[in-house]
Design a protein around this ligand. Sequence first.
Ligand SMILES: NC(=O)c1ccc[n+]([C@@H]2O[C@H](COP(=O)([O-])OP(=O)(O)OC[C@H]3O[C@@H](n4cnc5c(N)ncnc54)[C@H](OP(=O)(O)O)[C@@H]3O)[C@@H](O)[C@H]2O)c1
Length: 288
Amino acid sequence: MSQQPGSLRAELVGAFGDPIDENPTGIMQEAAFEAAGLNWRYLLLRVTADDLSSAISGLRAMRFRGINLTIPHKVAVLRYLDEVAPDAALIGAVNTVRRSADRLIGENTDGKGFLRSVCEDARVDPSGKRIVFLGAGGAARAMSVELALAGASHITIVNRTQSRGDELVRTLNANTPAKAEFVQWVGDYPVPPEADILVNATSIGLYPNTGDKPPVMMATVGPGLLVCDVIPNPPQTAFLTSAAARGARTLDGLGMLVYQGAIAFKLWTGLEPSIPVMRQALEKVFRT
Ligand SMILES: NC(=O)c1ccc[n+]([C@@H]2O[C@H](COP(=O)([O-])OP(=O)(O)OC[C@H]3O[C@@H](n4cnc5c(N)ncnc54)[C@H](OP(=O)(O)O)[C@@H]3O)[C@@H](O)[C@H]2O)c1
């Protein structure tokens, strides 16, 4: 069969990070490319903090279609981009870059992935809801900004380090319609009875520390609450197990990881990926 010139050339995307070897995103994206019949490759590329500038130049030279950024590049990459999406600018971090002609555009799909998981997996509309985030790091910033922009009425940021929590609360109050407040995290946090959604946005419980749970007064968790965890590995965290035992509905971090990848896939290819294919690919990595 005759082949059009250039048709054997794969389109390239991938991830820059350090460390990067254990990153599962490539397995999920490559499965989705194959299912969609796309000749695309997702490369895990170890790029140190000092080499980010050269790596971005290389990305431009090799005409990558886009890239994911992970530790330590999500904030540092901002200065190398031609444009940053408004929500990513508010979050102050970029986890996905897409190339449009010769321009590199920064996006953040983490919070959007969480929003989609809340809406589609938990079937909860965050509009008008009162939401409590445990943590004020990159994940909490992305999730709280997107839920505030989606209409959450009240957001409580509970964090150990006050300066980080205060900064996020200022961002939310100044730039979104939600009313935000900071609570210093000391001892077991009592969840207010009016809260609708509680989110663990810390790294507590991440493999291999699977027995760890964020300090929360579990007697204040009950059937009226949706309890979410950002940790995708393992998806069923000790925190979610305890919340379910108290009668709360739960949402694991695997959905967020799948949807943030699915949103990046759409930004790069213009196509909707198969969500079941992406989820199954990740489940194989995390559960075997
Ligand atoms: N499912 C997904 O798609 C997805 C996407 C992104 C991230 N994540 C996960 O989200 C987690 C957080 O990531 P991140 O980027 O936000 O990290 P980060 O920027 O380093 O922030 C970590 C947050 O957790 C808090 N924290 C950590 N250990 C704590 C402890 N022992 N007690 C109380 N607070 C503690 C930190 O509080 P201080 O400010 O006081 O230090 C901070 O608020 C990671 O495990 C990551 O794998 C998941």
